[in-house]
Each structure stands twice: as C-alpha cells, then as structure tokens.
Write a protein of this length. Structure first.
Length: 297
C-alpha cells in the first residue's frame, strides 16, 4: 500500500536535506514522484531561496504562502462556542492570522535575509548555509579540502571526486533528483557546449552552500568541473592570486590554480564556478553557451 501524504509530509524537510536513511528516502522519493502536492512542497524549499534574492517586487510561490498561513493561523478550538462567540472568534482568528502572516513576511523582507541554508520557514529547513553561520574554523577546513581537491583533480579526477563526496555527503543524481535536492533545474541538464561531454552530475552539501557539481570531459579526455551554487562570495580558494576580467559578456573572478585557472560568474540568480579551465577563451565559451541556453531554453 502506498504512503499517504500525511505520513510523508513530516519527512519532506529531512528528505530535502538528504538526512533520511536509505529506506525512508526511497519511500519519500517514490511518493513525491507520483504526488504533485508533495513534489511542489519539496521544490518550494528551493524556490523561497530564489524569491528572497529577488524580494523587491515579487510574491513568494503559492505553496510557501500556504505553508506560512497554515502554521501561523491558530487551529479550531475544541469547545463548541455559541453563535455570537463563533462570529467573534472567526473575526479575531482572521485578524490575528493575517497580522502574524504579514509581520512574518515583512520581517523577512525588511531585514534583507539572504537564505543560504540552515534557516526555517514553517518548520522546514532550507538547503543552503549563510556565510554568517559558518565559523572561521569551518571555512578554513573547507578551503583546505578544496585545495586538496584541486591538487588531485588533474591527475586523478576519480579520487578528487571521492574526496568531496566523503566530506560533503555527495550524491550522484539525475535531473529529477537534483531538482528535489536544490529546488531548481541545473543548467547542465540542457547539455554542455560542443566539444565536451557530461561525465556525471552530483549534489554536494558544502559548508557554504548545497550545489550541483557537473564533471565535463573534453575531447582529449581531460576534465573541467562546473559548480552551480547560491554562494556569491569567492572564498573557496583561500589566498590564491585572483583578478577580475570580462569573459564573454560576464564579469568573472579568475583564480590562479597550479596548472589551470578557476572562474566564478553570476548566471541568473545563481553563480557558476568552473575549475580546471585552461584559459579565458574557454570560460567565454561556457559563458556564451549558458546565455544561449537561457535564451533558447
């Protein structure tokens, strides 16, 4: 017998964060695949992150409004009231619920909250981490792991990937699973530029953010890795030399690696970090391809 929404809904937050045991995760995944309402709730966890970054003139997705309103408005009283009391309670409940809802949303917007994980709306955890919540010790450890990853990547891409997987709960994913985990459709789900092939797609729960990692292979077998993420700050590479340059029509931050370069640029509401890039022309190729994909997609 299939699971009901009532039994699955309390698990969606932990499922979104990849914290469920395998058996429970499989149950939720099976239910979400066939239940539009629960699937919308999973996707809303990522949608609210996008909405808060574009907070000025837009409204949050309907699912998010429903969740906030459902949890802010008091439940029905257990005692049967008189008709006069019913009228007063209905008016009061509406007023209290509306005020609480408005105050909740205005507080989030007015404070300029940047959702990047560890925050809660309606009791559900959003996947990304805010930089202010990361200790200097954890960021130093993250930079150290990235440095080890960059050293392994040119000679042994498989070992480099295993390092990140073991540190940051890496999970190989298809497009559907990626959407469930991060709340958006990865750019590489629409392919990669001509001359490259997509070797794998995975999701990593890094200290700075939960991101989509795509391994791309050139025709000669060498590797270039793309990270699609919500973290805008280029703090992944420690004190390595860096500079800003225009690649295609994007301003990119370029970081010198031992045998290649890394580049980070804004793509829509998110950021792209490319690791193992040969030169600025190769960056421009990916920038132009992503812009064409956005236009034609």
């Amino acid at each position: 017998m299939s699971d009901s929404c009532d039994s699955i809904r309390p698990l969606l937050s932990a499922y979104f964060d990849g914290e469920l045991p395998v058996e429970a995760a499989n149950r939720v995944s099976s239910h979400v695949a066939s239940c539009a309402e629960c699937q919308a709730e999973v996707q809303s966890f990522g949608q609210i992150s996008d909405w808060m970054r574009a907070t000025a003139d837009t409204e949050p997705p309907p699912v998010i409004w429903d969740r906030i309103e459902r949890e802010m408005i008091p439940s029905e009283p257990k005692v049967v009231p008189s008709e006069a009391a019913k009228s007063w309670m209905n008016d009061s409940r509406f007023a209290v619920g509306t005020i609480a809802l408005a105050a909740s949303v205005l507080l989030m917007v007015g404070a300029g909250i940047w959702f990047a994980g560890g925050k809660h709306v309606g009791g559900n955890q959003i996947a990304m981490e805010h930089h202010d919540d990361i200790s200097a010790e954890h960021m130093a450890e993250f930079v150290r792991v990235m440095d080890e990853y960059l050293q392994k990547l040119p000679e042994n891409p498989t070992e480099a990937e295993q390092l990140l997987f073991s540190k940051y709960k890496g999970e190989r994913v298809d497009e559907r699973r990626a959407v469930e985990l991060v709340g958006y459709r990865p750019i590489v789900s629409q392919g990669v530029p001509e001359g490259y092939s997509l070797a794998s797609t995975s999701v990593l729960r890094m200290p700075c953010c939960t991101c989509v990692k795509a391994v791309c292979r050139r025709a000669d077998g060498s590797t270039l890795v793309l990270f699609e993420h919500d973290d805008e700050e280029v703090t992944w590479f420690g004190d390595r030399p860096s500079k800003f340059a225009t690649c295609g029509d994007k301003e990119c931050c370029l970081v010198e690696l031992d045998e290649s370069i890394a580049a980070t640029w804004k793509q829509g509401t998110r950021s792209i970090t490319a690791v193992g890039v040969r030169d600025e022309d190769e960056i421009a190729k990916f920038v132009s391809w992503m812009e064409d994909t956005k236009t034609n997609g």
